[in-house]
Structures are given as C-alpha cells and as structure tokens.
Design a protein around this ligand. Sequence first.
Ligand code: AHR
Length: 500
Amino acid sequence: ISTRLVVDSDFVISALDRRVFGAFVEHMGRCVYTGIYEPGHPSADAHGFRGDVMALTRELGPTIVRYPGGNFLSGYHWEDGVGPQEARPTRLDLAWLSTETNQFGTNEFMDWCRAVGVEPMFAVNLGTRGPDQARHFLEYCNHPGGTALSDLRRSHGYEAPHGIKFWCLGNELDGPWQICAKTAQEYGRIAQETAKLMRLVDPGVVLAACGSSNHGMPTFGQWEDTVLEHCFDEVDFISLHTYFENPHHSSAEFLANIDQMNRFIEDTVAVADSVAARKHSHKRIMLSFDEWNVWYKARTLDDRRKPGWPQAPRLIEEVYNHEDALAVGGALIVMMNNADRVKTACMAQLVNVIGPIMTEPGGAAWRQTIFHPFAQASRFAHGRVLRPVIRSPGYESKTFPEVPYLCACVVHDDATGQTAIFALNRHLSQEQEITIELRGLGDQQRLVAASELHHADMKAVNTVAAPDTVSPRPNSRVEISGHLVTATFKPGSWNVIVTT
Ligand code: AHR
C-alpha cells in the first residue's frame, strides 16, 4: 500500500511535555518487592535497589514515576512506610489480598527516583482516608522543618524537603472494586477540599483529580462533569486510565484500540471544556493518562488475587507479544498527537506487574516487547509535535468505520535540529511505501537513525532465555532526497526515523 505524511514546521500541535513518558510503581505483586527492591540480589546496591532494574529503567527512559498505587493506595497509611524499617508494621493489603511488610516506603522511593534520575508522582489515599492525612503527608514530604511532621522526616535522615510536585488525588474512585469507592458528588467535594488544604501547605504542587477508570465506565462523562464542577478551580489535571484488550482475538481489532484511546481523550477534553464554558473560565484542565497499557491475558481473578495473604505474589505478570508492542507504540503516537492536552502519562506498570521489565527473584532482568517502542519514543521525542496530515487507506473495524493503516506522529527539536518520525503500519499482510514531506525543517535532510520493530509472528514474545526475539533492527529501506523521506515499512511494524 502507498501512504503519505506531510508536516510543516509552522503547524504545531504543542510543545511535548516529556512527562508523557511516565511509568508507574505500585505496591502490587512483584513490582516493588523483587522488582525494583530486592536486598540480597547480586546486583542490589546499599539501599537494596536492584542494579539491573535501575539500568533497564534508565534505558527505558521514564521521566516521571507514579507511586504507591493504584488500588493499593485506597487502603494505604503512608505513616507505615517511613522511619526505621524494623519498626514498621506488617499489614493486610485489601486491594490485592496480599501481606504488605512496608519495608519499602516514601523515602526509599525518593532515594530510588534520585538514583534512577526520574521525577516522582505521588498519590494521596482518598479511599479509606481524606484531606487531613493528605495535608499531613505533604507536610512530611515537602515542608522544610520546624513542625512535628517535617522534623519527623528530618529525624528519618532526610534533612532537605523532598519537593514532590505532582500529586494524584486518590485512585479510580469511580470503580466499585475500589476500597471505599465514591459517587462523583462525594469524590468531587473531597477532591476539592483536599486540593485546597494541599495548596495551603505547599502552593507549588500540581494536582490531578481522578477521572474515569476507563472509557467504558457507565458513569463516564457524568463523572468528569460532576467532579470538575466541584474541583475545577483547585486542580490542574483530570486522570484517564485505559488497558487495551483483545476480546475478538483479532490483531486488526486489537490495533483499533489505538483509535479508541484517541476518542477517550477527545471525549474527556469535551467534558472538561464544557465545565470551563459553564464557568466562563479560560482555564483548561489538562489530561494525565496516568495508567495505560495492554492488559488482557493475565486478567482473571486468579491472576489478580492469590489465597493465603502471600507476600509479593506473582500477580498479572502479563507476557507481552509483538502485537502488544505495536499497540503500545500506537498509544504513544496518540498521546503525542494530543500533546496540547495530554501533559502527563504513565505506562502501567514498570516491573513484573504488566511491566516492560521482567525479573526473576535472585536472577535475571529482561526487556519485554513493549519496552522498545517506549524506550525509542522517550529517547527521540523532544520539542514540538507537528500536526501530521496523513493520506492512508484503512480498514473497517467493529468500532470504527475507517481505521487508517498508517498511524504516525512527528516531533521536531529546535535545539538539536532533529526530527523524529514514529509510525505504525497496521496493515498486517502488506508492506507500506510511505512518502514523508518535511516542510520548513531544512531543505537538505540527513538520516540520523532508522529502525523497525517487526516479527513475522504477531504472538512472538521475549523470554529470559531469548530476550531479544522482538527488538528493533535497522531499517535500510529509507531514503532522503531534499526534504522528502521515502521508506518501506513491513506489515505489522513500528518504525522510527530520525533526520536532521
Ligand atoms: O495497574 C493495575 C491496577 O489497574 C491499578 O492498581 C488500578 O488503578 C487499575 O485498575
């Protein structure tokens, strides 16, 4: 098939907020314990942080990491996870029916973030708890000193305040599965009052209210409307969560999830802006897509909960295949093409639990297929996202009459002069001959890098024994003439071209 992509340096969607390359660490399964934290592991440092996982995380390139949950958050007491480790209580975690030892908590996470070089995104429990603990937690973390809570932090060995900027006001409180789920009215009021107190403690914080747990929630739209009716003035962001599934066992249908994600973003923006309109406000609420990924293979109740209150059990350790990597690449393209409103996003999660990185306790760590599109996007996407004009044939899916085979975005960095093109060929049996016209970006473009992620088997996976089965390879079928790039993309492939 033949496709065409045109961008012009003057037609800009927005500067890209690099916080869209976020990840998520929840106290769930083996994400923390035997994931990022495993004292006694051969690669562990003095803190007990796995060195192999830190190295892979740096390579993956998340910019911000959300913590400590997730559903876990809605029953969490932050006080349990600070101070001398031997004095910390062991608790039942009602979200995942696990035993939580609290050997890892806020200060360990901050140490880990500093060691890896990422920004933390924290969340306050608005399930079993409310505004009072939220303001206390923020005071513990961010107040310089001279109060009981800030001095408590100092006595724990953290003299300087943590300066945590980004805070989520609870997690998925619209979901009946959530510990102490709420109606939109109840949550909207609590979010508003919590935000008010948190801003009084630290006016520098950035706050995200919970949107819907997914686009298909029966309360979607109404939830955002009511919640923002209450807390519009107090918050900066509304969150979105989505996990791609494959109910039709069809790769073509599965890859149409990407367009669903785009629709979810458009719908959320529409509701948020209608609240702004009613309030005669110029303020625009931004979107924090703070949980997204593929998750459907390890989704039965057995995958989520094991009997006997185990510690760090194997929960939802989804093994990702090639088509999952394509979906992840497509999701990144969608979010970058919505860079004017999606300013933060977190791939959920980082390690073991629906993670791009897998580990064995005491053993190896390796990259799942979905690691690669994320790492490449985080590495190459800097600067301004240009509005892509795409001409591509498409196919009909159960959800959309026309799904273009080509899904692409273009990001230009004025600082380096580099232009990065990310493109998915959703045609599963035919190659794509693409012509890319880069207008206003320099008349004599040069190729910096070109790679393709492709496998003949859409179900191919990476394992500890064969960790590079699905990984990017150079694409030699890319040519440049002046400002025109021509390339051939294999069927079912994720492609990256960088020019200067
Ligand atoms: O990421 C796994 C779980 O999915 C999170 O705990 C929850 O927020 C979502 O439902």
